[in-house]
Write a protein that binds this ligand. Structure first.
Ligand SMILES: [Zn+2]
Length: 292
């Protein structure tokens, strides 16, 4: 008799956008509470969770490989050793996808928070995990996280996990960092600034042969709550009001244009459409596609 499976299969999912192949790879999950959200009472937050048939506030963490024009890029590096054992599995999961870190030529970051940039560098040795990759990020990210005056205004937790983390993790990449304000950053991939969550927070629009996908970064962290209530921001937002305004603008755009989206905190693999419902929106996850 065969033994029952002891663990889940590797979380990898390919989605073709025209001639570009996007691969979602999970870094893991984190359990959070309603206290991560601003402007929503606990009972209402739990009501939204119950409406989605969920019992806990799970934050999914995704990264995305992009194969385009002979390039192999990785959007985000996961959380490394910064956020505990339920996350930080990106490199192991890339191996399961047949990709070694040396093969990656470009790392695109939506922003420099620990669940996105803390997998850049080995925490104990200080060496780059992606030794052949150029690091590409909006110019406002290093400008903010390397600013000593901004760091001095942060809480102890922000100083350590945000400012210190961003500095430590990007250090081996200083000589090979490219910053952008907007525009094409890779063949078929355009940066779209979505400020508020952080000053340089950006999504990446993938376009090829008439097909489009918006990889929207952290437009939402808790989809069960923030999709129906886009005004709900996060305690970790640098500017919660600007984050809410950006979220409304992006929801309006992707709903009007029926654009396929995915994100770093949509539940794996996260490919979905956003439709209008009531005064808010509803997420319609895309069904698994057999053909690539
Ligand atoms: Zn995040």
């Amino acid at each position: 008799m065969k033994l029952s499976p002891r663990q889940q299969i590797a979380p990898i999912y390919h989605r073709r956008i025209g001639d570009i192949v996007v691969t979602a790879v999970s870094d893991g999950t984190l359990e959070r509470t309603h206290e991560m959200m601003l402007g929503v009472p606990a009972d209402e937050a739990r009501m939204h969770l119950a409406a989605a048939c969920r019992s806990s506030f799970v934050l999914s963490i995704n990264a995305f490989l992009i194969r385009s024009g002979g390039r192999l890029a990785l959007i985000e590096t996961g959380s490394g050793d910064y956020l505990g054992p339920t996350a930080g599995h990106l490199i192991a999961n890339l191996a399961a996808a047949g990709v070694s870190p040396e093969e990656i030529d470009t790392i695109l970051l939506t922003h420099m928070h620990p669940d996105h940039s803390a997998g850049l560098t080995n925490m104990s040795s200080g060496t780059a995990n992606y030794r052949n990759a150029e690091l590409v990020v909006h110019e406002n990210e290093p400008k903010h996280w390397f600013d000593d005056a901004a760091m001095a205004r942060g809480s102890e937790r922000e100083k350590r996990l945000m400012f210190q983390q961003a500095r430590e993790q990007t250090a081996p990449y200083r000589g090979r960092m490219r910053t952008f304000t907007a525009g094409e950053v890779l063949p078929g991939v355009t940066a779209l600034p979505i400020p508020g969550h952080t000053p340089g927070h950006s999504g990446f629009l993938v376009e090829s042969a008439g097909e489009r996908l918006l990889i929207w970064g952290d437009v939402v962290h808790m989809p069960e709550v923030q999709v129906p209530r886009p005004d709900v921001s996060m305690v970790v937002d640098t500017d919660p009001q600007a984050a809410a305004a950006s979220r409304r603008r992006v929801f309006d755009m992707v709903a009007s244009e029926r654009m396929l989206v995915t994100g770093m905190h949509l539940h794996f693999p996260g490919f979905a459409h956003v439709v209008r419902e009531g005064g808010g929106y509803r997420l319609v996850p895309e069904a698994w596609r057999q053909s690539l």
